[in-house]
Design a protein around this ligand. Structure first.
Ligand code: FAD
Length: 446
């Protein structure tokens, strides 16, 4: 985090970060991208493994009530007995051992934030993570390379984290049926009108060089196309292909039902030392979503986040998820020939109010104040880590992710979820893909 070099960021001159890092870097295909829409900045992983390379690996099964409200027509019994447990197993999710948590200097920041929350009558809870906690304990003893305890996370972990390249993608590679091409950007999809009515698809692909230029264009033709480019990538590709007249039968839901998963960041100063050495892997959150002692007006789940600057900041940081009902949409802008996001900053009002309620409760019981050095007015409401929607399951696709209007195009990523997962989304995304693919394998690959 502190000594980020060009490997940190996708063709940027400054490291992409929620809190600015004043350090000039050269443009390079680094792992974290920052997509700047007019009123919202979206962080996204750019690597073999996507967001799993840059994420905090927090792995939480969605609340059943939230899942059922989102997709009432899906058999939730099957999701919770089969597909979410399968996702958690494949993602190698475990929980931090409590004795290590209680004694490690690297979790002082979490324990400090937790004691403040308890004093304020709030509920805290552990959650799972795809980080290898056996490895972390060896890091603490100085036996192995320090990754989580060495300040690594949003620019990738060089060890310790079970990112997708070490789980799902490794399994796929071991079949011998997969070839991987990196530094390729798909820029258009065309449904071919052939006499045999095979409905093949043709992809136009840019071959990028390490300065961000385009060295060549490649074309690929395929029988079936699985789009897993994330909420921004999948939506952008479909909308661009629609605008270029090569996918003409997409329906009106493409680009719609977008939301930032109610993301909001905030911090508090001067209550308790947070520790100089911090693990980058969050393990606990404050749950004001399911109620608290004094009752709360807003639903908010605040992950106790690290601020690993290598010095005592007297600050606790929270990355929160709220039940913000507002939705936006992606659209193709003819004038600039780019895809834009229709979202106004004012649409994050629910999240700001929810974060304020949390901060006020903490302040009432503990003193201290909102950290306005980190974010203007104390709240980071103009960026998100969890973009969701744009090609929603059952609306833009059928009930299993087959894109409506075109044969042989499938979507299996965060674009399927309409704006809110209620918790950090990657288990939700993975469980849904497990479910959809189990049916697609039986029905479309006979
Ligand atoms: C900093 C950060 C921290 C996060 N922490 C957590 C966490 O702790 N827990 C959690 O649950 N979630 C977390 N998330 C969110 C989570 O990582 C994402 O929700 C998840 O990765 C989305 O999965 P996806 O499959 O939809 O897309 P992605 O993981 O974004 O994968 C899409 C892939 O497609 C590629 N792509 C996009 N467009 C194109 C194109 N045109 N051509 C070729 N390739 C393309 C991208 O480069 C990327 O590799 C975090 C996200 C960020 C950015």
């Amino acid at each position: 985090m502190i000594s980020a070099d060009e490997r940190s960021s996708w063709f940027k001159n400054w490291p992409s970060a929620p809190i600015p890092i004043p350090r000039h870097i050269k443009k390079y295909p680094g792992v974290l991208d920052l997509i700047e829409y007019d009123d919202m900045k979206v962080f996204a992983g750019r690597a073999y493994g996507g967001g799993s390379i840059v994420n905090g690996a927090i792995a939480i099964e969605p609340r059943r009530s939230h899942f059922e409200q989102t997709f009432p027509w899906i058999n939730s019994e099957e999701m919770y007995s089969t597909f979410f447990p399968k996702a958690l197993k494949q993602l190698k999710v475990s929980q931090i051992p409590e004795d290590f948590f209680k004694t490690s200097e690297h979790y002082e920041y979490t324990r400090a934030a937790e004691s403040q929350a308890i004093k304020a009558g709030l509920t805290t809870q552990f959650f799972g993570n795809s980080y290898d906690f056996d490895y972390m304990q060896k890091e603490a003893k100085g036996e192995v390379y320090p990754s989580a305890l060495g300040g690594e996370v949003i620019y990738g972990n060089n060890a310790g984290k079970f990112s997708l390249d070490l789980t799902y993608l490794k399994d796929a590679e071991s079949t011998g049926n997969v070839s991987v091409k990196t530094l390729r950007k798909v820029c258009n999809i065309e449904q071919l009108q052939d006499a045999d009515k095979l409905n093949k698809l043709k992809l136009e692909v840019q071959v990028l060089n390490k300065q961000g230029g385009v060295d060549a264009i490649e074309y690929y033709t395929c029988d079936k196309l699985f789009l897993n480019a994330g909420s921004t990538g999948t939506s952008e590709l479909l909308l661009k292909s629609q605008a270029s007249g090569t996918l003409n039968n997409l329906n009106e839901h493409i680009g719609q039902h977008w939301g930032p998963n109610g993301n909001i960041m905030t911090g508090r100063n001067f209550v308790h030392a947070a520790g100089e050495a911090q693990s980058t892997i969050p393990v606990k959150g404050i749950n004001m979503w399911d109620g608290d002692r004094d009752g709360s007006k807003y639903k908010i789940f605040a992950e106790i986040a690290p601020l690993p600057l290598g010095l005592e900041t007297w600050t606790t940081l929270y990355l929160a998820i709220t039940d913000n009902p507002e939705r936006g949409s992606y659209y193709y802008d003819k004038a600039s020939q780019t895809v834009k996001l229709n979202w106004k900053r004012s649409q994050n009002e629910y999240s700001i109010n929810a974060a304020k309620e949390l901060i006020q409760k903490l302040a009432k019981a503990n003193g201290g104040r909102t950290s306005s050095l980190l974010f203007s007015k104390g709240f980071g409401d103009n960026f998100c880590y969890h973009p969701l929607g744009g090609c929603v399951l059952g609306k833009a696709t059928d009930d299993f992710g087959r894109v409506k209007g075109h044969e042989n195009i499938y979507v299996q990523d965060s674009a399927l979820i309409p704006g809110s997962a209620g918790v950090n989304p990657y288990v939700f995304i993975t469980g849904l893909a497990e479910r959809n693919m189990s049916y697609i394998m039986q029905q479309d690959f006979v």
